[in-house]
Design a protein around this ligand. Sequence first.
Ligand code: HEM
Length: 412
Amino acid sequence: MTTGHESAGKCNYDPFDLSSPHKKWKAFRAESPVFYHEETDYWVVTKHEDVKQVFDDWNTFSSDNAQAPMRPMCAQGKQIMKDGGFTAYSGLSARVPPDHTRIRKIVQTAFGPRRFKAIEPKIEDIIDRSLAAVKSKAEIDFFQEIAYPVPALVLFTLMGIPDGDVPKVKDWATSRAALTWGNLSDEEQLPHAHKMVEYWSYCRDLVAARRQQPGDDLPSDLLQAQFDGGEITDEEIAGVMYSVLFAGHETTTTLMTNALKVLMENRETWDEICADPSKIKNATEEVLRYAPSIVSWRRRAKTDTRIGFVDVPENANILMIMGSANRDEDLFKDGETFDIQRENARNHLSFGYGVHFCPGFQLAKMEFGIMLRELTKRFPNMTLKDGSAVEYVRNISFRVPNRLDIKLGTPA
Ligand code: HEM
């Protein structure tokens, strides 16, 4: 047994810097798999078995800090939000049982394969149009021109929202990520506080509009579930919208961009998939394992407890590093190697685990699979543009590249 404090001084670790974290994470797994990080006041957990244990044990580890700003909102920002009528609480991820159980049960009915399958042709159409629009270009920023708009257009179809609102909601989502998982100064927080007010009021208006005129979409499904006796308030439905309008596209945008980068860097794998699209399924799991969109997630210990061999006190904030757990050599042989033949790739923790397991996983995989199928079919000769550098947005959880310059090559 150790206290976990021994390693804290020597690690000189900046968890907000996600530019190239893997070497450090590997060293943590070997030398101090669970340790206390004083600057953030978080206990960092890096091994697969330990991360899975924390996710799985919701009784000991509460998710009530999952959406807490890493740097608390300043007084002026709080006032802006209060004056603007901002009352949003997490839709699901920071809720705990029994509320979480009650709301999740209702959301799950609206998130079933039926709804996702029904929008598959629309997803194909959105991807077809976006790839056709760049076909004649020699090079593109894949992040900006394809991966950024496509998942939002898909999600908006699911939510019944006009395409014209995409830039606005994408912008709010960026603000939400910066406020919650970033490390902004008081001054930097203020414009984002205004945007959160707009975002929340948009979610509430959406629910009110669907109450007036139901559509074939998710908010209408949730209102119907409420009408049928499901215990969920309008405010909670707006909260689910507030969550999904963020969680449902940012992550998929990142997955597409990270995937293309990894596949371009592993040319023989790209050629393999181009030659045999049946490999896309396992390639998807391996990309999720190797380059997850969300590299860390948070919990709080409700009592004194132990993670691995380390005692952790009551109220300890826990930072689970899934990006590290996914490469843990105890489970994944040669975990630092990208290998689409890997048989156990799907044991990654990129969608979480347990009662909060991502309900959008089928949609994300379906969307990503179609994108990969179409890219390999249409642009088998694409390459990374020489000398283009990728920078990662500074924050603790979302490993988001800021661009990806691609030369499309001769189309098929
Ligand atoms: C590559 C894409 C995605 C990734 C990597 C991802 C990852 C995650 C992770 C790590 C969690 C936390 C799980 C936990 O605490 O155990 C989560 C929760 C959630 N995700 Fe996703 N997600 C993705 C796509 C989506 C999509 C497309 C949607 C909606 C359409 C969605 C909706 C949600 C919601 C509502 C939650 C909260 C669930 C709960 O707390 O019960 N996600 N996701």
